[in-house]
Design a protein around this ligand. Structure first.
Ligand SMILES: Nc1nc2c(c(=O)[nH]1)N[C@H]1C(S)=C(S)[C@@H](COP(=O)(O)O)O[C@H]1N2
Ligand SMILES: [Mo]
Length: 307
């Protein structure tokens, strides 16, 4: 995409449709927010049986960055929403076939969510222009929601007066256990903590080898339902838990660092960590299986041999 010929259209159920160039968007008030993005399919390949849908992520499909852009709400105010406005649809430039249906990548948000003051139309990440693979020239950032919400390569924003039924909304990203079960939409990120495995790996099994003695277990934890207020660590596969020490929070919907001092003695261990958020959600030992393999926030298990 050539950013100098690209423009963003804002239309549908609005009083004044708008068209803005990248330079015009960049001239508007800018904000930067640290936001964690996690793919809703993160952990999919750890479910059993492995759901056939989409990428076989283990636990790597998550990251945090500082996103810079202009807030969406003032733009929608300028366009002037009609009183019957129900949802806002975000359309990407990419088109393909999924589930046998040709479509453009599009997702909607309820109007109340789209008018939140922390939603950005981002054109930069970590103080660099958005790279092509992350959505150049413009992407949506919706702090707290799973990755699919953050529509990349934005072409248009359209206000609609009825529920949006596009493929990526109605077919994908639904938590359901059978094809004929409509299920519930996937929305915000469930709480999750991950630890950086200590020591060195065994090539095939990814089990770890660690020398006995003091060691700091460090990790990150996040939730889209509220701030992370507690992270616990277990060295015996989840029988007994101790509280980890939380770092200062970065931002409401950015992951939070944590550490735990472990004086390890020789033996076999299964390290587990789990997060609790301010809404009272805590990670389960086993996640609920579902067809799309979404929202697997079961506690991480890392086998360690200490010698
Ligand atoms: N236009 C468009 N936006 C998209 C997608 C896509 O396929 N097309 N994938 C979504 C999904 S499923 C995720 S997890 C995130 C990934 O963002 P990243 O590539 O910056 O990590 O982008 C989201 N935005
Ligand atoms: Mo994703």
């Amino acid at each position: 995409m050539d950013g100098s010929t690209w423009s963003l259209r804002v239309g549908g159920r609005v009083e004044r449709p708008l068209e803005l160039t990248l330079a015009e968007l960049q001239a508007r008030p800018a904000e930067t927010h640290a936001v964690t993005l996690e793919c809703a399919g993160n952990g999919r390949a750890l479910l059993s049986p492995r759901p056939p849908a989409s990428q076989p992520w283990l636990s790597e499909a998550v990251g945090t960055a500082e996103w810079t852009g202009t807030p969406l709400a003032p733009l929608l105010d300028e366009a002037g929403l009609h009183p019957d406005a129900l949802e806002v649809v975000f359309t990407g430039l990419d088109r393909g076939v999924q589930g046998g249906v040709e479509h453009t990548y599009e997702r909607s948000l309820p109007v109340a969510e789209a008018l939140r003051d922390d939603i950005l139309l981002a054109y930069a990440v970590n103080a660099q222009p958005l790279p092509p693979q992350h959505g150049y020239p413009l992407r949506l950032i919706v702090p707290g929601w799973y990755g699919m919400t953050h529509v990349k390569w934005l072409a248009g924003i359209s206000v609609v007066d009825e529920p949006f039924r596009g493929w990526q909304q109605e077919e994908a990203y639904r938590f359901h256990v059978a094809e004929n079960d409509p299920g519930t939409p996937v929305t915000r990120m469930l709480p999750r903590a991950l630890l950086a495995p200590p020591g060195i790996p065994d090539f095939l099994t990814r089990s770890r080898y660690l020398d006995a003695g003091p060691c700091t277990i460090a990790g990150r934890a996040w939730s889209g339902w509220g701030a992370v207020e507690r992270v616990e660590l277990s060295i015996d596969g989840g029988e007994r838990w101790t509280d980890a020490v939380l770092d200062e929070p970065l931002a409401e919907f950015a992951w939070r660092g944590w550490t735990h001092a472990w004086d390890s003695s020789p033996g076999e261990y299964t390290l587990c960590c789990r997060a609790t958020d301010t809404a009272g959600n805590v990670q389960p030992t086993e996640a609920e299986w579902n067809l799309g393999g979404y929202c697997n926030n079961a506690v991480q298990r890392v086998h360690v041999t200490v010698a």
